[in-house]
Design a protein around this ligand. Structure first.
Ligand SMILES: NC(=O)c1ccc[n+]([C@@H]2O[C@H](COP(=O)([O-])OP(=O)(O)OC[C@H]3O[C@@H](n4cnc5c(N)ncnc54)[C@H](OP(=O)(O)O)[C@@H]3O)[C@@H](O)[C@H]2O)c1
Length: 266
């Protein structure tokens, strides 16, 4: 089995567990009996989730709030997990956010925050926990990327570039760790009903997104965990999103860039 069975002294770490896809992934893992470590910035939301999961699934849930864009907070998170005597058998890297709009109009500090959250935290947290998995010859890593990372996306550009890096990193890691018994799956959703669009200031683009590209957060999480269980390298939920994935890879780049620039104009 690609997801290690729940065991005493081990847990699944879920980043971005305070809302959306990460929250549903935490619910899915609790349903399967895994003890959990939940992280994101909003402590009260994490505590609500922990209360729900402990009550409904009788699993141990530790809440470790952290701003994952900060190297020192990521270090503190790893330290707290060690202090609590937990090995991480399942690592879910879901924390992230987007920014819509033209590059030249975007706030540079927020762009930096996004790159640190989406790429740096994914790479460094994987680096903190996969050596232990490889040493135990057992572990599962779910990396949440995006269809936006499959090709350049004008008016969504730096976010798409961060997710291109995340997908590339996740697929690479699945190959490097395959021989050690550690599974890595990259989840590549299209449009998921969460707070993502309002955080990204893309609610007008959200309203124009065609219905077949949408999926609920729980269905997205289920597809990700099923793919992880089956040892799949990459999971793209929904047929329409897989078609978009194909189109993004095969449409002549100039045509693609002009079309997306028009479609994603705020
Ligand atoms: N929704 C979509 O259409 C869609 C499509 C493809 C991929 N995705 C990806 O799915 C992932 C989850 O997004 P979502 O759609 O579920 O949106 P969401 O509901 O806004 O969730 C984002 C999560 O990331 C956490 N987060 C953001 N910045 C953080 C930071 N600096 N430190 C720690 N945690 C941070 C948030 O927690 P706090 O605010 O509490 O810190 C929240 O738990 C993201 O990586 C996103 O890029 C989403």
């Amino acid at each position: 089995v690609a997801i290690p069975a729940p065991r005493q002294g081990a847990a699944a770490l879920v980043t971005g567990a305070s809302s959306g896809i990460g929250l549903e992934l935490a619910r899915g893992l609790a349903t399967r009996g895994h003890d959990l470590v939940l992280t994101a910035r909003r402590r009260e939301l994490l505590e609500d989730v922990a209360g729900e999961l402990t009550r409904e699934h009788r699993v141990r849930v530790e809440v470790c709030p952290a701003d994952l864009s900060e190297p020192s907070e990521r270090g503190r998170l790893a330290q707290e997990i060690e202090t609590r005597g937990l090995a991480i058998d399942v690592l879910v890297l879901c924390a992230g956010f987007g920014m819509g709009g033209p590059f030249v109009e975007q706030n540079r500090d927020r762009l930096t925050l996004m790159m640190r959250t989406n790429i740096e935290s994914t790479v460094t947290l994987a680096h903190a926990f996969t050596p232990g998995m490889a040493a135990r010859s057992s572990g599962a890593v779910l990396v949440v990327s995006s269809i936006a990372g499959n090709q350049p996306m004008p008016n969504f550009g730096v976010y798409a570039a961060t997710k291109a890096a995340v997908t590339s990193f996740g697929e690479m890691l699945s190959a490097e760790l395959a021989a050690s018994g550690v599974t890595v799956t990259v989840l590549v959703p299209g449009a998921v009903r969460t707070d993502f669009a309002s955080v990204a200031q893309m609610t007008s683009q959200e309203r124009r997104t065609p219905a077949p590209l949408w999926i609920d957060a729980d269905a997205c999480a289920r597809a990700g965990l099923d793919g992880l269980e089956r040892g799949r390298r990459k999971v793209v939920p929904r047929t329409a999103v897989r078609l978009m994935h194909f189109a993004g890879s095969h449409t002549p780049r100039g045509v693609w860039l002009r079309t997306v620039r028009r479609l994603l104009t705020p």
